[in-house]
Design a protein around this ligand. Structure first.
Ligand code: DNO
Length: 350
């Protein structure tokens, strides 16, 4: 496995030097943030970013994310033009040596939480999702903004999008995903870039919008649409794990054995009720997921892809992007690295 860390670019309060000092850290996960969704990432911009990352002594191997334009998910408007741009992005990133592109197919909103700094018992703060709170939220009011969300929408844009999605049920969304995959995966193959879809977070429909990358059955369906190693997964333990219907160690074992996991997001969550959860520190005893079992499933399948610690709590008075501070993610990294070293020594493999 290759340990990696998400970095939001030069205006991220967490610097590349901070990240470089985390033991066994190899690689940066980042993106170009100043190009509107759907447009082309020019080679020059990609190379500049690569340079900055490599100058810090870290590798530039994984992009999270190249976002998918809503017209593609809806199957309307300028879908074909945006797909052509997406292909250009895959080719350009391949030329720059990128190995994995993470993306998602969630309508309108990326990961969603009801509160961003809920105080936990030990005084740290964490992201939480309580379904009854979400049910009271009006997504059109812009009450909440998360790092993954496209903040360029106006109220009118959102109203229009919601009206369009009234015509798109889950089956239609599958159709649009299939259309997209059949276009882009051959390009990913030619470019040597593995596509890794991120599951929906949480793995159920929210605000009446359809979500489909949610369960083992649906992931099986996804992988069959284009049966290529290049059509793979970002397996996010916290996203899939917030559905008690998902058995994460078993899913990791299955998809790692199939060589379809290219990127792992590792974090723990504590299920607190039907469709409600709190994010916790990474170690197994803090949440509902057995992180050692998950790591063991990867190890036993000779997992050679990227792993990053996912969201951290805010600890030691740190402030910054919700879920993306330095300290708790660094603790998560060393926990992951420690488990891996133990597995290597226990199973006596290098
Ligand atoms: C949340 C992230 C997601 C992820 C996208 C991938 O912290 O895991 O925002 O980057 O869904 O497209």
């Amino acid at each position: 496995m290759k340990l990696s860390f998400r970095w939001y670019g030069l205006d991220d309060p967490v610097t590349l030097q901070n990240i470089r000092q985390i033991p066994t850290m190899e690689s940066i996960v980042t993106a170009i943030y100043d190009v509107p969704v759907g447009e082309v990432w020019e080679m020059e911009k990609i190379n500049d970013l690569k340079q900055v990352v490599e100058d810090s002594g870290l590798k530039f191997d994984v992009i999270e994310s190249v976002p998918v334009h809503e017209d593609i998910k809806l199957g309307i408007g300028k879908r074909d033009e945006y797909i052509e741009n997406y292909k250009t992005n895959i080719r350009n990133l391949g030329k720059a040596g990128i190995e994995v592109i993470c993306y998602n197919f969630m309508p309108v909103f990326d990961w969603t939480r009801s509160e961003l700094n809920k105080e936990l018992e030990d005084g740290s703060t964490a992201l939480v999702y309580y379904q009854d709170e979400v049910d009271k939220m009006d997504p059109l009011k812009g009450e909440l903004s998360l790092p993954g969300w496209d903040s360029s929408y106006t109220k009118e844009d959102l109203e229009e999008l919601f009206a369009e999605y009234k015509k798109v049920d889950k089956e239609k969304l599958w159709e649009n995903l299939e259309y997209f995959l059949k276009e882009i995966i051959p390009v990913a193959e030619e470019s040597g870039v593995k596509m890794a879809i991120h599951p929906d977070d949480p793995p159920w429909s929210i605000f009446g919008l359809p979500r489909i990358i949610t369960t083992e059955e649906n992931i099986d369906r996804f992988l069959k649409i284009v049966d290529s190693e290049y059509n793979g997964l970002t397996l996010c333990t916290g996203s899939l794990g917030s559905g008690s219907f998902n058995d994460i160690p078993a899913m990791v074992d299955k998809y790692a054995a199939m060589n379809r996991i290219h990127f792992m997001h590792i974090r723990n969550i504590k299920l607190t009720g039907e469709r409600s959860f709190e994010e916790t520190a990474h170690p197994s005893s803090y949440g509902s997921l057995d992180i050692v079992k998950i790591m063991e499933a990867l190890y036993k399948n000779d997992f050679d892809g990227y792993i990053r610690p996912d969201h951290g709590r805010m600890i030691w008075d740190e402030t910054g992007r919700p879920g993306y501070g330095l300290y708790d993610r660094a603790l998560g990294s060393t926990y992951i690295a420690g488990i891996w070293e133990t597995l290597e020594k226990t199973y006596n493999k290098e």
